[in-house]
Design a binder for this molecule. Structure first.
Ligand SMILES: [Zn+2]
Length: 377
């Protein structure tokens, strides 16, 4: 059996944890699903394989019984800082690449503090749609929005962001099109009017989002700054038909964007083979392999890891957890990712595809080296 525990991981996509770690059973179950309907936490989550596995891992870590009540009371007796410290250090993390746009900043540990407690580096990315929303609310003139958006993105790297992120798959889909400035400006007027009516803005205006995204792509390409796209699995807010990474074709084909590394998040699940295919064909496309979210069991993780490693070079694959809310997720994802990657590589050794030395080299790339190159860590 390959042992990958000594390789410090770069978690290339994850979120901050909450400042208040005192959680009850319903909250805990709610954190273990992408379903937003409350009946899932009440009735179904305790019947999912992923959840049962996580409880067992936590019981071993805290040295308590495996039932939900014992596990939660064991973790809730620890102070918030101690919880983070113990779990992050046990996970052997080199770098956390954080998307601080969610959960809300005021409720969360800062990237700096997470890094201190975990004795790891913590770097951050800039979420484009959040910036768009802020600017659209603040400015009544579309040219002002364009100017400020361009300025912020063109200085992203020097201001400490190691990547950009887009959740356009959650809004209008990955089939990002080219629109005229007039079309974008009318959508901007509509978005502002809607916001004035409802008192809040949720941009889902396709010409507006697509137009601003193309501006971001130009600045990202200029700085050779990576762009992470949410692809595939998400809550029901995402139209999964438009979350297929093949929808990105027009963006991927643009010659002037080739210097912008494109990262397909969440193994594009369940389009994992298609995501691996894109990483195998386009020089600037990378596939993220996430081992906490989507919440699937080990057999499914083995399946997408096999698909990815069978199709794409390991120098195009990157480990992550997409963890959020509680530090157990970052820890469990690191353990799980190493174990799943090791098992797949063992199968490949047994099949006489590679030898052990080559297997370690491929693992090192997925867990650490590819992300160092893509984000210039
Ligand atoms: Zn995420």
């Amino acid at each position: 059996m390959l042992d990958l525990t000594t390789i410090p991981v770069v978690d290339n996509h994850c979120h901050p944890v909450l400042l208040n770690q005192q959680i009850d059973a319903l909250q805990f179950r709610g954190y273990c699903t992408e379903a937003t309907d409350p009946t899932f936490a009440e009735k179904h989550i305790s019947n999912t394989v992923y959840y049962l596995w996580l409880l067992r891992q936590m019981a071993t870590f805290y040295g308590c019984e495996r039932d939900e009540a014992s596990v939660l009371s064991a973790r809730n007796t620890l102070s918030n800082d101690t919880l983070l410290e113990h779990l992050f250090r046990a996970a052997n993390i080199d770098t956390l690449v954080l998307d601080p746009a969610y959960p809300p900043t005021a409720a969360c540990y800062s990237p700096e503090r997470m890094g201190q407690l975990g004795r790891c580096r913590a770097v951050k990315m800039l979420r484009l749609e959040t910036l768009m929303q802020e600017l659209i609310l603040q400015h009544s003139d579309f040219d002002d929005v364009i100017d400020r958006f361009s300025t912020k993105i063109s200085h992203a790297r020097e201001n400490g962001y190691c990547a950009l992120k887009s959740i356009v798959a959650y809004r209008t889909g990955l089939n990002i099109a080219e629109w005229s400035k007039d079309e974008a400006a009318s959508a901007f007027v509509e978005a502002r009017a809607g916001a004035a009516e409802r008192g809040q803005l949720r941009i889902a205006h396709k010409p507006l989002i697509d137009f601003l995204l193309h501006i971001a792509f130009q600045h990202a390409a200029h700085q050779q700054l990576a762009l992470q796209f949410h692809t595939g699995y998400g809550d029901s807010d995402t139209d999964m038909r438009l979350g297929n990474p093949l929808q990105l074709r027009e963006v991927l084909e643009r010659k002037d964007y080739q210097s912008m590394p494109v990262v397909l998040l969440h193994e594009s699940y369940p389009y994992s083979q298609l995501g691996a295919y894109l990483a195998a064909i386009y020089p600037h496309v990378y596939l993220d392999l996430s081992y906490t979210i989507p919440f699937v069991d080990k057999l499914e993780m083995l399946a997408f890891t096999r698909q990815a490693l069978s199709v794409a070079p390991a120098s195009k694959l990157m480990f992550s957890t997409d963890s959020i809310h509680i530090p157990e997720m970052h820890w469990a994802g690191a353990l799980r990712g190493r174990a799943v990657i090791a098992q797949v590589l063992d199968e490949m050794i047994a099949a006489d595809e590679i030898d052990e030395e080559q297997a370690y080299h491929l693992a090192q790339q997925i867990l650490h080296d590819t992300a160092y190159a893509v984000y210039r860590l």
